[in-house]
Every structure is written in C-alpha cells, then in structure tokens.
Design a protein around this ligand. Structure first.
Ligand code: SF4
Ligand code: SF4
Length: 147
C-alpha cells in the first residue's frame, strides 16, 4: 500500500520529477498511440481503434521508443512544456491527470503496484486495435474509448 510520501506525483511538479518518476507515470495503456480525427469546426477530437504502425499491439509497447520521434514525426514527446495544454491527451492519461492536478485512477500501477490492473480495468488498447498499415479510412474506425 502506498503511503502519502510515496505519492510523488501529488507533491513533485512534473518539471522536477526524476526520469524514473516521469516514466513510471505512464500506465502503458497506449491510448496516446491511437489515431484521432479532429472536427475542424468544433475542435472536438474523435478516437479510432487504429494505432500507430510502430506499436506492438499485444504488449502495447512502442517498437522503437528511443527513435520514435524521428520515425513517426506525428508522435509527440511529452514534456512539462507540452503538458501545459494537455487537453489533446486521453482523459485517463496519467500525465494529463497530473498536469490538471487530478488524482490517478485506482487501477493505475502506481496505486496498485501491478501493471496488470490497467488491462483488468479495461483501460488498455491491447488486443482491441488494428494497425494503421491495415486499417484503411479512419472514418470507418471511430470508437468511443471514454464513454
Ligand atoms: S495515454 Fe498517457 S498513460 Fe497511457 S500510454 Fe500514453 S502516455 Fe502513457
Ligand atoms: S511512435 Fe511509438 S509511442 Fe509514438 S505513437 Fe507510435 S507506437 Fe506510440
């Protein structure tokens, strides 16, 4: 069980976290690797069940995390500066939640101590997505992951 002092994400600003603390915030859900469509008139973002070609769809791991920004230019590397406006990230994303000073969900591995609780809670995209290499038009793949 976590103690209050273990909950670094509640007390340490994103800009002062160690690399280890920063990386541990990621729950591995891979929702940020989903392709999205944006309504030009309203700005509303629609998610699909199509994922980046680099994602390993079973493990939800990036196929080349170190070189991801070079290989996939549209992949945004999260930084404290980027997170000053985190609205484009999935509503469950831990980086967005911390940036918005909201609590982590009770299924987050930092709360449970178990990475498996993300999938058990139905929050991982693992096994529920298709690669952008096979998908065809994104309009055929709209999915509401956050209802
Ligand atoms: S949406 Fe956020 S928490 Fe989930 S994999 Fe992406 S960066 Fe990590
Ligand atoms: S490059 Fe990697 S981290 Fe970025 S969207 Fe693709 S799979 Fe996800």
């Amino acid at each position: 069980m976590n103690t209050e002092t273990d909950n670094f994400w509640e007390t340490i600003p994103l800009s002062r976290m160690t690399p280890e603390q920063w990386e541990s915030l990621c729950d591995g859900c891979a929702k940020c690797c989903l392709e999205k469509l944006e309504d030009e008139d309203t700005g509303r973002i629609y998610y699909t069940n199509v994922v980046c070609k680099l994602l390993h769809r079973d493990t939800c791991r990036c196929g080349d995390y170190v070189n991801r920004a070079r290989i996939v230019p549209s992949c945004v590397t999260l930084t404290p500066a980027v997170l000053e406006n985190p609205r484009w990230l999935p509503s469950t994303c831990a980086y967005r939640l911390v940036a918005e000073k909201r609590p982590l969900p009770d299924w987050h591995p930092l709360i449970t101590g178990d990475p498996g609780t993300v999938g058990e809670a139905g929050e991982s995209v693992s096994g529920r997505v298709v690669s952008e290499a096979d998908a065809g038009p994104l309009e055929h793949h709209l999915v509401d992951w956050f209802e």
